[in-house]
Design a protein around this ligand. Structure first.
Ligand code: ATP
Ligand code: MG
Length: 553
């Protein structure tokens, strides 16, 4: 077992165990299955599972499925897949909807204790009666119904005798509480809708603030970790646990939400990007979803390290997305093969190389990890180089190929540009070079030096490949900082150039690759074989990250 770094929640748990307040640790990750998981969820997953792991405890995966209108089995399955992919095994797998009977009984208990009542006010009226931060709320005219009447009406709500919104069940707490959450919050609402798990069994559904504490208590969760916006709900959480006479007493602890620069995080906004066609699905490689990051080529290791290194704060913070890039580079550096790929091809003919000759050159698979061995690369008279590695009229300090200049071809020979061949419109068609057989890589040639080393692939043996290059999806750094303020504008901030698709070539041994295989393309960056668009005769590589970043940790 690895001990993970300390944070304030871990310290609370440690004290609880030392003082004897608790004798075990049970945490949970409680997503609502109304969308795909994103990197913010990863933070919560890593936190909950690591905490339990540190104290030999347990972590449940619990679907908080109390809203039939938004939830779907598709999301349940994707969430399970994503949690597993991140490297975690849950102890219990639960659905909040499995507890609907218990929740109903507890609601009846509260009615019997005169702590809950059926209210006929509309949603708008309830909002109006609730008051504001500076003004107390007003009591509903239905607040003092008798226990008998409330029991009868609640039974009739359950039996489907009323339409959506006609009645609700509310907790009877305190309409003048300074904490608005305690001003008789709604516990149950009517929704004639089919639930993905319970079908048409219910037409009343518990609200989050009532359901969540009960779910935690039923499962024996000891530390219920949630994001900071629930801080003001903690007294209500504790009220329901106490008044519902739950045997187990979970403790709610809040931490700051994770936001990342140049993206949006809420499922609602992500869904909008999908529904309005800005991206090609929840798993589009530009999305901050776990499935998007996976398809892009990020690794679970890098995501876990990122989440851990961020630490746990009490306030919401926005983290530079380049920090995640840093960890993926660190993770892939020694693990993945290095290879050469040409993204924007320019043909080079080596005029003094024998017409029919092909030689195999030796190259290390990863010079930083010699254990990965060597590979063989064919070399012959025609090769492709990058268009960017040639300039007809170069500026000063341009050390790559230009007429009269000599460069090193990685793993091969020095070549010198002798001629530029153009079509009748003046477009460059190909470059003619000569090579010097003495300069073969690995032979220890020291006769002269060149300043530029460029990559290439052999034209005859090259495998065509598609490269998908990505830029941030959202142009502004901090869309997430103020959710409300950006509400109208986040779609305006979508980067129209977030995807560039180019057709190039890779080394012939790349014919063998499988989807999700990762490579470092020399001088370009790390790439992942795209699982959606790659077919047996069409290779597609997603840019994960470029090689360098200006970001310092
Ligand atoms: P969203 O607004 O994206 O829908 P949510 O909080 O409604 O997020 P849930 O499915 O309810 O999503 O969240 C499951 C768990 O993940 C919760 O415990 C929640 O606190 C946590 N979580 C969600 N987003 C973040 C985030 N950005 N940072 C940290 N934890 C998060
Ligand atoms: Mg939610």
């Amino acid at each position: 077992m690895v001990e993970h770094t300390s944070n304030f929640i871990k310290n609370i748990i440690k004290e609880d165990l030392e003082s004897g307040k608790r004798d075990k640790v049970v945490t949970r990750f409680p997503p609502e299955p109304n969308g795909y998981l994103h990197i913010g969820h990863a933070k919560s997953i890593v936190l909950n599972f690591d905490l339990a792991d540190d104290f030999h405890g347990k972590t449940n995966l619990r679907f908080d499925d109390t809203n039939p209108l938004k939830e779907d089995t598709e999301f349940v399955e994707s969430i399970k897949e994503d949690v597993k992919w991140l490297g975690y095994d849950w102890d219990g797998l639960f659905f909040a909807s499995d507890y609907f009977d218990t929740m109903y009984e507890k609601a009846v208990l509260l009615i019997n204790k005169n702590l809950a009542y059926v209210d006929d006010l509309s949603a708008d009226e309830i909002r109006e009666y609730r008051g504001t931060l500076t003004e107390p709320g007003k009591e509903s005219p239905f607040r003092n119904r008798s226990v008998e009447e409330n029991l009868e009406l609640f039974t009739r709500m359950r039996n489907g005798e009323f339409g959506n919104g006609e009645k609700v069940l509310r907790a009877k707490i305190d309409m003048s509480s300074p904490n608005i959450n305690l001003r008789d919050p709604v516990m149950y609402r009517i929704a004639h809708a089919t639930h993905h798990n319970t079908g048409d069994k219910w037409c009343i559904y518990p609200m989050y603030s009532f359901a969540h504490p009960l779910e935690d208590a039923i499962e024996g969760v000891t530390h219920s970790i949630c994001t900071i916006e629930f801080e003001d709900q903690r007294p209500l959480y504790n009220w329901f646990i106490e008044k519902c006479e739950m045997e187990s007493q979970p403790q709610q602890i809040e931490f700051g939400r994770l936001n990342v620069t140049n993206t949006v995080m809420s499922k609602r906004k992500l869904k909008q990007l999908v529904d309005e066609g800005f991206v090609d699905g929840w798993d589009d490689p530009r999305m901050p979803t776990i499935s998007g990051l996976r398809r892009r080529g990020y690794t679970p290791e890098a995501i876990r390290t990122f989440c851990r290194e961020l630490g746990v704060a009490k306030t919401t913070g926005t983290v530079d997305s380049r920090m995640l890039d840093h960890f993926v580079r660190e993770d892939l550096k020694l693990k993945v093969p290095r290879t050469m790929g040409i993204i924007k091809p320019l043909k080079v003919v080596i005029t003094n190389y024998p017409e029919d000759q092909v030689e195999m050159l030796d190259a290390e698979i990863n010079p930083e990890n010699p254990e990965m061995g060597t590979r063989q690369i064919p070399f012959s008279r025609e090769i492709y180089i990058e268009q960017d590695d040639f300039m007809e009229d170069p500026p000063k300090k341009y050390f790559r190929l230009f007429p009269g200049n000599e460069v090193r071809l990685k793993h091969a020979y020095f070549i010198k540009c002798e001629d530029v061949i153009k079509d009748s419109d003046g477009n460059i068609i190909e470059i003619h070079c000569t090579y010097d057989p003495e300069t073969k890589s690995g032979t220890g040639f020291t006769g002269r030096k060149v300043k530029g080393t460029i990559h290439w692939v052999d034209a005859k043996h090259a495998v065509p490949a598609e490269f998908r290059l990505y830029e941030p999806l959202i142009l502004d750094d901090v869309v997430n900082e103020d959710e409300e303020a950006v509400e109208k504008t986040f779609l305006d901030l979508v980067n129209p150039q977030s995807l560039e698709i180019l057709q190039g070539f890779v080394e012939p041994n790349m014919k063998e690759v499988k989807v999700q295989d990762k490579f470092q393309f020399f001088r370009h960056g790390y790439f992942n074989v795209d699982p959606k668009h790659t077919t047996s005769d069409h290779l597609v590589f997603n840019l994960i990250v470029s090689l360098k970043s200006s970001f310092k940790l």
